[in-house]
Design a protein around this ligand. Structure first.
Ligand code: PLP
Length: 394
């Protein structure tokens, strides 16, 4: 007899995977260039040249040192380089001792849920629309409860009344993801301050800290000259989960970190993060890419194509009558579908080889996610197809 929970998880393909497989089948029939796959959040811009140079340098060095295990929390040089970069950008004073290097944000988040869960009654609050894996990491990974806050479709910002109604003595943490996948919403400094004030008041009321788990893989992808606020500065009990998957375009290399807050009880909190990494079998973050990050912590890929794609797609679709909140960050558009049943709508879109992900998968029915980390030309060629699809509903 196998573990039935994980067996069920392994057997059930995610919608995005289903769409991916469907896209491959269609590509074999009609050619890859005729498939408009907007389903994946796989960056389409190359990693910066600094990454290539770092790799070339490392290839010439002692392979035993380059490829060997590092300490579980990560190589000191890499943690120090990340801390220095954070300090230079955000005026913080990290030393590297607060960092625990991981295999990307997915590992960082699952480690945090595991580290913080003390009892099956513990709850983590998640705002819809959300990254679907949160539910798996909280419920199956950590054995805690996931409490959902419904979406606020007018702007996809925080519905504070709905949040407050869900906070309880069992709340262990609140998960935020700004810039957001799938809505593109970015929380302002004022929103973060309001959230921090509410969580501080509730932590005092319940007599224990409510942690903020801040999932930030899109931190650097923000438009119109804005910057995403550095959330850990506003609320001390924040665990930052970061990844280089999007900023350095290295999603397959699996490198990121947890930034553990230097609050009272830090030693235990950091040790619990290390322990969670151990339970989950992470051993250490990929060694070679720790060394790449040590050399490239201040770099980003050329992210400008996302701004161009956002403009083209947002203006094109809203011009055709699709209703959509303008994304302020990340590389997703999250318009309303033209019929309430988002799955039926996305099925119909396949007729034009437009591959879209139903909002239901992110806890926001009646929407579709369009991932625009694709060639700009793909968007240009897809727009007339979105128009034909819209025409069916007029
Ligand atoms: N969190 C969010 C919101 C994401 O969109 C993703 C990936 O797309 C992840 C976490 C996981 O990222 P990583 O590749 O760093 O594990």
């Amino acid at each position: 007899m196998l573990n039935q929970t994980v067996l069920a998880l392994g057997k059930k393909r995610s919608t995005i995977r289903e769409i991916f497989e469907y896209g491959n089948r269609r590509a074999a029939e009609v050619g890859r260039e005729n498939i408009f796959d907007f389903s994946l959040g796989n960056p389409n811009v190359p990693a910066p040249d600094a990454v290539r140079r770092a790799l070339l340098e490392l290839v010439g060095q002692d392979p035993v040192a380059v490829h060997g295990y590092t300490s579980a929390q990560g190589a000191p040089a890499c943690r120090k380089a990340i801390a220095d970069n954070l300090n230079a950008r955000f005026g913080t004073q990290y030393t590297g001792d607060q960092l625990y290097l991981t295999a990307g944000a997915a590992a960082s988040i699952s480690i945090c849920f595991k580290a913080l869960t003390a009892s099956p009654a513990d709850e983590f609050i998640v705002f819809a629309p959300y990254f679907p894996e949160y539910v798996v990491f909280i419920e199956q990974g950590a054995g805690a409860k996931c409490v959902l806050v419904p979406p606020q479709p007018a702007d996809f910002q925080i519905d504070f009344a709905a949040l407050e109604a869900r906070l309880s003595a069992n709340t262990k943490g609140v998960v935020i993801n700004s810039p957001n996948n799938p809505s593109g919403a970015v929380y302002s400094e004022q929103t973060i301050d309001r959230l921090a004030a509410l969580l501080t008041r509730k932590s005092e009321e319940y007599g224990h800290p409510i942690y903020l788990i801040s999932d930030e893989p899109y931190r650097e992808i923000v438009y119109d000259g804005r910057e995403a606020p550095f959330i850990a500065r506003s609320y001390p009990h924040t665990l930052v989960c970061y990844s280089y998957s999007k900023s350095l375009s290295l999603p397959g290399e699996r490198i990121g970190y947890v930034l553990v807050p230097d609050v009272p009880g830090f030693d235990d909190l950091y040790a619990a993060v290390c322990g969670a990494g151990r339970v989950l079998g992470y051993v250490c973050a990929p060694s070679m890419f720790q060394q790449v990050v040590a050399r490239c912590a201040g770099e980003t890929a050329d992210l400008s194509v996302y701004a161009e794609n956002r403009k083209l797609l947002f203006e094109g679709l809203t011009g055709m009558g699709y209703a959509c909140v303008k994304p302020e960050g990340a590389f997703y558009l999250f318009p309303q579908t033209l019929e309430p049943d988002d799955r039926a709508f996305c099925e119909r879109a396949k007729k034009y080889d437009l591959l879209l992900v139903p909002g239901t998968d992110f806890g926001a029915p009646g929407h579709m996610r369009i991932s625009y980390c694709v060639q700009t030309e793909t968007i240009r060629r897809a727009l007339p197809l979105f128009e034909k699809l819209a025409a069916e509903y007029r």
